[in-house]
Design a protein around this ligand. Structure first.
Ligand code: TXA
Ligand code: MG
Length: 338
């Protein structure tokens, strides 16, 4: 049976023992909930893939409580990685670095690199410090689905596959970490997140954007990722009411995620006004999409988000989650990255 606990020190110790026993523990981070296993136990890490229904060649992030054990996982730490660690760890940044020889292939997907993150969430810190090693953890959702931002999302989706869920409340950021790959002096952004491209540039100067052709297994590069079950379309801001109205008038039940209230109400429309502030919008995004997914609608419409770096991570996730994008005459489809 799965147990949902608020972590006292005793409960943290139980979670640590569970990890040592080769079982899975879901835990909160400031981004999303992670599905954790002892990164040094390949059989335990394989359970993550089984629980998620995830292809076995997808690498997972190793979480550490501080950079002090980095050398156990990473062969060499390029200079830009030191600077980024100094500035952004603990926090929502993941770095893909040259792997140390003893890191298991099931963690790296057989690649020559390993992804490392030092989360700041106090409960994640408590768990990692008590465990004393690396915890391999992808987001604690079924493969391709929305990441969990609350303990109950994990329980609803993974149930008994996970032995313990540590409940740290709602994740503060709500979107997965920024991922960069660091090779020598060059740094490349693979997945936008709360640490923005601009913030990274202020620390290291040049930042390459997006995966290059040699980049292996880019995050969320499969056709549908971070996705609700209901078909989802991203609609230009000025056209959201008209779209909802025409579908509703045709008798279709429609769920809308917008940044304002509807101009007028429609019988078959469930409308969430998620507001215009990117931090709040991002914090609520997955919970809102889960709510709309359960609203019994045939279509989810999402209002296109504004230009600007603070919306990059949100824009990226919406594009990956969308089954289609409605292009308008004037503004066109959203771009993944600037
Ligand atoms: O915020 C986050 O990053 C959350 C929390 C739990 O830390 N984790 C997370 O993990 O989002 P996951 O597995 O859902 O997404 C990590 C992405 C995957 O798409 C994976 O393919 C990519 O990072 N990745 C992991 N190791 C990699 C590597 N060595 N090279 C390239 N991509 C890698
Ligand atoms: Mg994920």
């Amino acid at each position: 049976m799965v147990r949902v606990v608020r972590a006292t020190q005793v409960e943290i110790e139980t979670a640590v023992q569970t990890l040592r026993d080769g079982e899975l523990v879901a835990f909160p981070t400031e981004t999303v909930y992670g599905l954790g296993a002892n990164a040094q136990n390949p059989a335990a890490v394989r359970k993550i893939f089984a629980a998620k229904g995830r292809p076995v060649d997808h690498p997972v992030i190793v979480h550490l409580d501080s950079p002090r054990f980095l050398h156990r996982w990473v062969r060499e730490v390029p200079e830009p990685a030191n600077k980024l660690a100094e500035r952004f760890w603990p926090g929502p940044l993941t770095m893909v670095l040259p792997r140390a020889a003893n890191v298991h292939d099931v963690v790296t997907g057989g690649q020559d690199t390993v992804a490392i993150r030092v989360p700041s969430h106090p409960m994640a810190q408590q768990l990692l410090t008590a465990f004393g090693g690396g915890i391999a953890a992808p987001s604690a959702n079924r493969y391709g689905k929305l990441s969990p931002t609350r303990a109950e999302h994990v329980r609803d989706e993974l149930g008994d596959a996970v032995k313990i869920i540590l409940d740290g409340g709602e994740c503060q950021i709500g979107l997965e970490s920024t991922i960069v790959t660091v090779e020598g002096s060059s740094v490349r952004l693979l997945r936008p997140g709360a640490v923005t491209a601009g913030q990274i540039r202020t620390v290291i100067g040049e930042l390459l954007i997006g995966a290059n052709l040699e980049s292996p297994r880019v995050p969320g590069s499969t056709p549908s990722h971070y996705a609700p079950t209901t078909p989802m379309t991203v609609v230009p801001a000025g056209e959201i009411d008209a779209h909802a109205a025409s579908l509703s008038e045709g008798g279709r039940r429609v769920a809308v995620l917008a940044q304002r209230l509807p101009l007028k109400s429609h019988k078959y429309v469930t409308w969430i006004n998620a507001g215009r502030r990117p931090e709040q919008f991002g914090h609520d995004l997955y919970a809102n999409l889960r709510t709309l997914d359960k609203a019994g609608c045939q279509q989810i419409l999402v209002q296109d988000v504004p230009e600007g770096e603070k919306w990059d991570a949100i824009r990226d996730r919406l594009l990956r989650a969308a089954s289609s994008i409605s292009e308008s005459g004037e503004s066109g489809a959203m771009a993944v990255l600037p």
